[in-house]
Ligand binder design. Sequence first.
Ligand code: FAD
Length: 391
Amino acid sequence: MLQSFGTDVLIVGGGVAGLWLNARLRRLGYCCVLVEQRALGGGQSGKSQGIIHGGTKYALHGALTGSSEAIADMPRRWREALAGQGELDLSGVHLLSAAHYLWSPGTLTGNLAGFFASKALRGRVDQVKGSDLPPALQHPGFKGKAYRLAELVLDVPGLIARLAQLSENSLLAGEHIQPLYEAGELIGLRVDERAIRARRIVFCAGAGNAQLLAELGLQQPAMQTRPLHMVLVEAPTLKPLYAHCLGGGTKPRITITSHPTDDGRLVWYLGGELAEADGVARDEAAQIERARQELHELLPWIDLSQARWATLRVDRAEPAQSGLARPDNAFLAEHGSLLVGWPTKLALAPDFADRVLASLQRDGIVPGTYPALPALPQPPLATPFWEVLHA
Ligand code: FAD
């Protein structure tokens, strides 16, 4: 039998965008339901490196652009939330690192001195030496320079679990989604055997947005996917490292984050230029070989003879951009009662929620009164991929 109920906002997608939005709206008194097809955090969010960027990486072009200024406030907002004093109470979520670092191998040091002295970066980066270096760089063989960025790195599975906890009974495991129309207007969604009426519907299903839009006969906003071929390495000799290594170009040559497993091992997760175009074209064995060479060249003192390797292919989903340029803000488009978007970065989930909230406020949508939600089947939390790939 069809079960029917109503809500202010019906959110589709249980990644960081949907979960943050759900928690934020609920805290403001809105009634929300969030539908997830598979596992919470199992899309890009759980496969991200967890860096809460403040935009410094984007300043590698030589100057901070307007858009990188927009992201500059994100670390502060996340820090406040992690301290339990922000727009959400994320106290208890584990910070993997209170800072992210940027290091240049010896050869590039000269070029960078001017860049780091630039006015745009003043107050955002500090050079670190000796025992202030990240543990993996504390070696006499390290000849480069390292800088501490005002950015942080989060334990994403812990973040997703906390956001799910803040969602309480508003989550719904749902597989088949169909539009509900009344007099030609979209008034809700049918999710399996439930008809859910909503004043606003938000699609933030990452790579799933294109299919959801197609089912409504919509082509806009167009989506692009950017494939990545990430590498995981686990070895008893690894020490924590959260850093971009600079190459000669505008993108980091390699970005390393470190993830502790449940049984006390440490996995390095490698992205950056290594995981982009050429890396995508390599098969798994060639990609692992390339990563091995990169680490040998950049950190030759680390013994990787006992290392175990794996790769992970994942697509980033974003609004279509000319020339596959990287968007620097959360993105939201509107079609009447339907809102569709991508945060474009984990760090920008608060910005995504701001945009939805601004749309609700502009349209005069204030929290309504509804009967309590019925008991709903709950979606599971995704298992961290580093537990599975190296199991
Ligand atoms: P997702 O996390 O992909 O979530 C979408 C959810 O929707 C999924 O759970 C999916 O199952 C669900 N779904 C799909 N279709 C349907 C449907 N029809 N019905 C119901 N549910 C559906 N950003 C940073 O800020 N810092 C980083 O360090 C960083 N590192 C990254 C590293 C990698 C390898 C990748 C791929 C991305 C990285 N990002 C990073 C970007 C960041 O991960 C994404 O921008 C962000 O996680 C997107 O969140 P989302 O909620 O929009 O999408």
